[in-house]
Design a binder for this molecule. Structure first.
Ligand SMILES: *[C@@H]1O[C@H](CO)[C@@H](O)[C@H](O)[C@H]1NC(C)=O
Length: 478
């Protein structure tokens, strides 16, 4: 009995002692950092865990927008970024933020803590059991982070939820901005259905054991993920899709809903400045689509919609209508899909109305956005659909599958008036195209104007800042 007690006390006290040691060590580093920035020792520090902060992607735009906002509204606060970009410097990072995002950050209240153990969270480090490997790796990385700097509040902006319990263990309030759930019940359901549909008679018993083990692993992992996420005092998500998935994670198992923080949608801002300058009038009878040639984008439905339109309204054949499929074509599979689409257009007898624009440079895409009347998005359950926001900002009337982001977040009415259309089948897409092409010129202009207004305002920097503020981030510091 005594030896069991001793055996369990030993690791616990080891952890506690090392935490106290780390905290003492980093408190010193913190004083040094504040001194080097000539900030008073009482300055509060708000830390962002963003190990790939120099990557220049959409996740980084959120990080820098948030920091710029905090610097403007809380000039007394020190923002700290934990990053693993050891090849970069504070100056080089700030320059890149300026050139890439046109965001100006003040070096006076920004401090970078460079982490050397980022290899622990890299995909390539874990050929197997990647989920659990990276999660444990993030615990190592956040331990390094806290040993270098103890902040007054902490937010993970890169999806490392397992860092939250560690930070909370030190008594530091913590939050998270989630772009994409690490795992969620619908994802597990998809894995489960795939393994049953692929099971064949011969391999059935073997694969059943394996897939049961795999599912058990996913469920166990999701439970841990749910427990970790529940340590967040403030929880932001980048879209309704992410909110729905995160909410299901939080309610997972028998955990119930007690004491769970509600995830709040804070849309990242989209840079729509150039699109919003395109003229709304004088559009050609051109229907465009902008999407990489990947299977889930469902381009075939666009060709079929054109066919359905020409069947229902043969007059377009003489009057002229064009479907222009614009998109990235990166590899052999993409190329094969484009060939398949050309074949489909020939088979349906619409090839003279279909054009492909592959890997076009941005100015060309912008020119199409300025010419087209209508933009299509046929993907089912698109998580967000930035291309739809871009259509709207450009004054292109959007017609999108009635699901996912375009349905829940983007093509929503403004003051009760529509900003675009939703459809589900080639026939309903065709009907929506016909409706949009036969609007009176006053209605046509009004829809384009409303769609632009919604896209530019709803996904603007100002909206992002207002939503960030409403998330209650500042309560973490109180
Ligand atoms: C949310 O983040 C995911 C992952 O980076 C991304 O695919 C999605 O487009 C983002 N949503 C928005 C609204 O930016």
């Amino acid at each position: 009995m005594n030896s069991i007690l001793l055996a369990s006390l030993l690791p616990v006290s080891l952890v506690l002692v090392s935490l106290v040691y780390l905290q003492a060590r980093s408190a010193k580093q913190r004083r040094v950092a504040l001194q080097s920035l000539s900030l008073p020792p009482s300055t509060k520090a708000f830390a962002f865990f963003h190990p790939y902060c120099d990557a220049g992607g959409g996740g980084e735009r959120v990080l820098w927008s948030a920091i710029a906002y905090i610097q403007r509204t809380h000039p007394d606060l020190l923002c700290v970024v934990y990053t693993g970009d050891t090849a970069a410097t504070k100056t080089s990072i700030l320059e890149k933020v300026q050139s890439r995002f046109a965001i100006n950050l003040s070096p006076a209240t920004l401090h970078f803590v460079f982490l050397t153990k980022r290899v622990f969270i890299e995909d390539s480090t874990y050929p197997r059991l990647t989920l659990i490997g990276q999660s444990l790796g993030s615990v190592v990385l956040v331990a390094e982070a806290l040993s270098l700097f103890v902040p007054d509040a902490y937010i993970d902006t890169m999806g490392y939820a397992f860092t939250l319990p560690i930070v909370r263990l030190l008594g530091i309030p913590a939050g998270a901005y989630v772009h994409y759930p690490t795992i969620s019940p619908p994802m597990i359901a998809r894995v489960a259905s795939r393994s049953t549909s692929y099971a064949n008679a011969q391999a059935i018993s073997r694969s059943r054991v394996l897939s049961t083990m795999k599912l058990a692993y996913y469920h166990a992992f999701m439970l841990l993920y749910a427990l970790a996420l529940r340590r967040a005092g403030v929880l932001m998500v980048n879209s309704s899709w992410t909110r729905n998935h995160v909410a299901r994670v939080l309610a997972y198992g028998t955990l119930g809903r007690w004491g769970v923080v509600r995830p709040r949608v804070v849309y990242p801002s989209c840079d729509t400045r150039e699109m919003a300058r395109l003229p709304l009038e004088g559009r050609a009878r051109v229907v465009i689509s902008i999407a990489q040639f990947r299977p889930e984008k469902n381009h075939a439905a666009q060709v079929r919609a054109l066919h359905a339109l020409l069947e229902a309204h043969p007059a377009y054949k003489a009057e002229g209508i064009e479907l222009v499929l614009i998109g990235g074509c990166r590899n052999a599979e993409d190329k094969a899909r484009v060939e398949g689409l050309r074949a489909l257009a020939r088979e349906l007898g619409v090839e003279s109305h279909v054009q492909f624009v592959l890997n076009a440079p941005y100015p060309d895409v912008l020119a199409w956005l300025g010419r087209a009347s209508i933009g299509l998005n046929t993907m089912v359950d698109e998580h967000f659909g930035i291309n739809v926001v871009e259509f709207m900002a450009a004054g292109v009337i959007p017609i999108a599958d009635a699901s996912g982001g375009p349905l829940e977040d983007i093509i929503l009415p403004v003051e009760g008036e529509i900003t675009g259309y939703h459809a589900m089948t080639p026939e309903t897409f065709a009907a929506a195209i016909h409706t949009a092409l036969t609007l009176s010129s006053a209605e046509d202009l009004a829809i384009r104007q409303r769609a632009r207004t919604r896209a530019v305002q709803e996904f603007s920097e100002a909206k992002f800042e207002a939503a960030w503020e409403a998330s209650g981030w500042a309560t973490l510091l109180a």
